[in-house]
Design a protein around this ligand. Structure first.
Ligand SMILES: *[C@@H]1O[C@H](CO)[C@@H](O)[C@H](O)[C@H]1NC(C)=O
Length: 481
């Protein structure tokens, strides 16, 4: 999933101003800016230390409905993936870099640790700004609205959101087997070096929780998943009964709802999902511990007062999850898609790229991986726009992307008209207007003319591509059969 909400956040959180300490890291380089402190602080010290936590609100306590104690046993496939994941997190002096999975995890945990504090600080600034209005204006506002009381009201809701961030953080420490002292040491050193947590990405991940796992996201999920689920059902019906499981790969799986929806279609389907972002992965690991519907809630709209129709809407709670989640129905692989799946070939009957292909440096690397990973005759389903990000080396238009896909041996299949009108004549891509990360009751609409297509892998005869650029740290790529 892309981090598409970054540009939509309040400026005070997204940008550093000259007069303030920055809330964001400067442009990441691969050089680690933070070295571990020589003497780690005692276990759990970070939870209590006022030194590490700048003056401000109290730390949120665990009040949401975590159900960690009833984690089901892992399947052998899940156990192997977990062992590989923990291996990938091992740091050495040679492999330590900002792109190292452990470094990226520490950055996320730092952000979760500061989430409530940063936003309460922002709220305090908004309150101070209000106080600078002329008294005559405030007098009218007081006489006709409750605006002047909103600051305290919303201040009192923040501990609920802080508790969600704390729960995600604490589950991550346990899941990734990280000593809290290591995080405390990281935060202490980072902040001493004025390297700050990055709240836009935390907020983006929490917004994806709303999209994927609450009733508030249904307006986006249903039209998005409909053509994909219908196509997978159709492909499964044609999959011979004696051909074993129908294997589906979902790269760029975000917070996993689509992968879980596909898995729920039929017990013959085996789903593997992959996500690079440690922000998404820590939230995914947490949400899949919540097996009871509506067992946790928070107020996702209190952090941005633009586009709000009323105070009731700003302060509304959402409940999560909207369905009970079976964490073992999907195998979740963290890390870079091109590397994590580099050693597999002909392993999947279908690959579903949802809002994914435009996140590559070169989309051709992804298409090449799809071609390698699919069985002969396997299907590639795509849905999404072409919003090139992450310093792309290639930004093909739709027509050219489809032409290159054909040259790479994909044959585009006819799809039902109900999935949307054709975007280009003589091409089978269908346009679907899809919402992305907006509250349907707000005054904002964020939509894409996402393109849906289904292509069959017919051949793989082009000159092999060189392997994609190596990461600056190294360990053996996993195999997820
Ligand atoms: C969860 O999914 C696994 C794997 O598909 C399955 O074996 C198990 O029965 C499911 N559990 C429940 C409670 O549905």
């Amino acid at each position: 999933m892309r981090l598409s909400a970054l540009l939509l956040l309040p400026l005070s959180l997204a940008l550093a101003s000259a007069s303030q300490e920055p809330l964001v890291n400067s442009q990441p380089t691969d050089e680690p800016t933070v070295e571990p402190a020589a003497e780690p602080t005692p276990k759990n010290a970070y939870l209590a230390s006022t030194e590490l936590f700048p003056p401000g609100p109290e730390v949120a306590h665990l009040t949401t409905g975590s159900t960690l104690d009833i984690e089901p046993p892992l399947s052998p496939r899940h156990e192997k993936a977990k062992a590989q994941l923990l291996d990938s997190l091992i740091r050495t002096p040679q492999n330590w870099a900002r792109s190292h999975p452990r470094y990226r995890l520490l950055e996320v945990l730092h952000g979760l640790r500061r989430h409530e504090y940063r936003y309460v600080e922002q709220l305090r600034e908004w309150g101070e700004a209000y106080q600078t209005l002329p008294e005559a204006q405030r007098e009218l506002i007081r006489a006709s609205t409750t605006y002047h009381t909103n600051f305290d009201l919303i201040r009192n809701l923040w501990p609920k959101n802080g508790a969600l961030a704390t729960n995600i953080l604490e589950h991550a420490l346990e899941y990734y087997e990280m000593d809290p002292a290591e995080l405390a040491s990281y935060i202490e050193t980072a902040e001493a070096q004025r390297s700050w947590d990055y709240q836009p990405s935390i907020t983006d991940a929490l917004n994806h929780l709303v999209r994927d796992w609450t009733a508030d996201g249904a307006h986006e999920r249903e039209p998005t998943y409909a053509p994909i689920l219908a196509t997978i059902k159709d492909l499964l019906a044609k999959h011979p009964a004696d051909a074993g499981t129908f294997k589906v790969l979902v790269p760029g799986a975000g917070l996993g709802r689509l992968a879980h929806e596909i898995a729920a279609l039929d017990p013959r389907i085996e789903v593997t999902a992959n996500e690079y972002s440690a922000y998404m992965n820590t939230c995914y690991r947490y949400v899949t511990t919540l097996r009871t519907p509506s067992s946790t809630s928070w107020h996702p709209y209190i952090n941005w007062w633009s586009h709000q129709p009323s105070l009731a809407e700003t302060t509304r709670a959402v409940h999560m999850p909207d369905v009970s989640i079976n964490s073992s129905s999907v195998l979740w692989i963290e890390g870079d898609f091109l590397r994590e799946f580099a050693s597999e070939e002909g392993a999947y009957h279908a690959i579903v790229s949802l809002f994914f292909i435009d996140t590559a440096k070169s989309s051709l690397d992804y298409l090449d991986a799809f071609s390698r990973l699919l069985v002969p005759g396997g299907s590639w389903l795509n849905l999404g726009p072409l919003l090139y990000g992450s310093s792309p080396k290639l930004q093909l238009n739709l027509n050219d992307l489809l032409a290159v896909s054909e040259a790479m041996g994909f044959a585009f299949q006819p799809t039902p008209e109900e999935f949307g009108p054709l975007t280009l004549p003589h091409r089978t891509a269908r346009a679907r207007e899809l919402g992305y990360l907006y509250n349907a009751r707000s005054m904002r609409r964020n939509t894409y003319q996402a393109q849906f297509w289904v292509a069959r892998k017919e051949s793989r005869t082009y000159t092999p591509f060189p392997p994609p650029e190596a990461e600056p740290y190294n360990f053996a790529p996993g195999s997820h059969f």
